[in-house]
Ligand binder design. Structure first.
Ligand code: NDP
Length: 289
């Protein structure tokens, strides 16, 4: 079997188009232009690139992009004060604090200062709790994007065995909860999992979010499985996923490439969350996206 390659770029482009449509409709019907504020502390070059790309994508979708930059030696209180100002600013619908933060700042504290209804990264304790409770909230972007990529391949996930390798609060745990919400039978694997290869072989849907190049070997993939590779690992001048792609593609039904798979979905879901936040904060129903 040679796998269908799940084109994350194309799915993300389609999603972004729908988001732009929803933004236009909000402007038309409610004179509302959603605004996303991004806070960047310090001079990490990769973070600068991410923030710039998020700004461009936000504007392209017809929303307002607001950037706040603080110096690398900013105090925790300065960042907290900025987040509180953004919480109080009615023109700001989404707040994102770009990670990583400099060492003197407690990222957990800063994240939890964000108004949960503007927490478009879905990382506050409140939104994590809502996800756990199955309540409506803002869901973390990369896990959300991963599930969206599965849907065109397999509409009905109910009853399927999903294995998620990785249990980070950013990806693995929320992805497991989203799949559980789809009525999958979910196994969360991690660095202490026994017989990881066998666990992976039980998966109808195999998700890797580890951060180790090609850790998941091709022969760990069950024939006909759907493989979602969240990993991004720089090896020399190449980006490589957590799955041994070429071998896995011989066995899988469908697989995400790296790059061009899950990656592009993250920003698209950030934009989606911003539109949802803008509508919900004003008591409007969720736009069709
Ligand atoms: P973390 O480092 O926070 O978590 C890694 C997880 O992998 C941990 O739960 C860890 O287990 C587990 N793990 C480590 N080694 C092994 C092993 N040998 N066997 C099984 N499990 C193992 O990473 P993130 O979740 O933040 O990111 C994971 C990957 O996803 C990275 O490559 C990152 O770059 C990428 N990523 C991609 C995004 C995108 O937009 N596409 C967005 C976010 C991340 P334990 O808990 O036991 O230590």
């Amino acid at each position: 079997m040679t796998a269908e390659i799940i084109d994350g770029k194309a799915v993300a482009a389609g999603l972004r188009e729908k988001i732009a449509g929803a933004v236009a409709a909000l402007q038309e019907a409610n004179s509302l232009t959603p605004g996303l504020a991004v806070v960047l502390v310090g001079d990490d070059p990769a973070s600068h690139v991410y923030v710039r790309n998020k700004g461009i994508a936000t504007k392209k979708a017809g929303m307002r992009s607001i950037e706040h930059r603080l110096p690398a030696d900013a105090r925790e209180e300065d960042v907290v004060a900025l987040v509180r100002r953004l919480n109080a600013d009615d023109a700001v619908d989404g707040i994102l604090v770009q990670m990583p933060l400099p060492g003197q700042i407690d990222a957990h504290r800063v994240i939890n200062e964000i108004d949960p209804d503007k927490d478009v990264d879905g990382l506050t304790e409140t939104n994590a709790g809502r996800l756990l409770l199955g309540k409506k909230g803002l869901e973390p972007c990369t896990p959300q994007g991963s599930v969206i990529l599965i849907k065109p391949v397999e509409k009905k996930l109910s009853g399927l065995n999903a294995v998620v390798v990785g249990r980070s609060i950013l990806v693995g745990k929320p992805l497991s909860l989203l799949l559980l919400g789809e009525n999958c039978t979910v196994t969360m694997a991690h660095s202490r999992t026994k017989d990881l290869a066998d666990v992976c072989r039980s998966a109808d849907i195999l998700c890797a979010a580890v951060g180790k190049a090609e850790l998941v070997r091709g022969d760990w993939v069950r024939e006909g499985a759907i493989v979602i590779d969240v990993g991004i690992n720089r090896v020399g001048d190449r980006l490589i996923g957590d799955v041994e792609y070429a071998a896995a593609a011989q066995r899988a039904r469908a697989i995400t490439p790296v790059p061009g798979g899950v990656g592009p979905m993250t920003i698209a879901c950030l934009l989606k969350n911003t539109v949802l936040a803008a509508a919900r904060r004003r008591g409007l129903s969720d736009p069709e996206i």
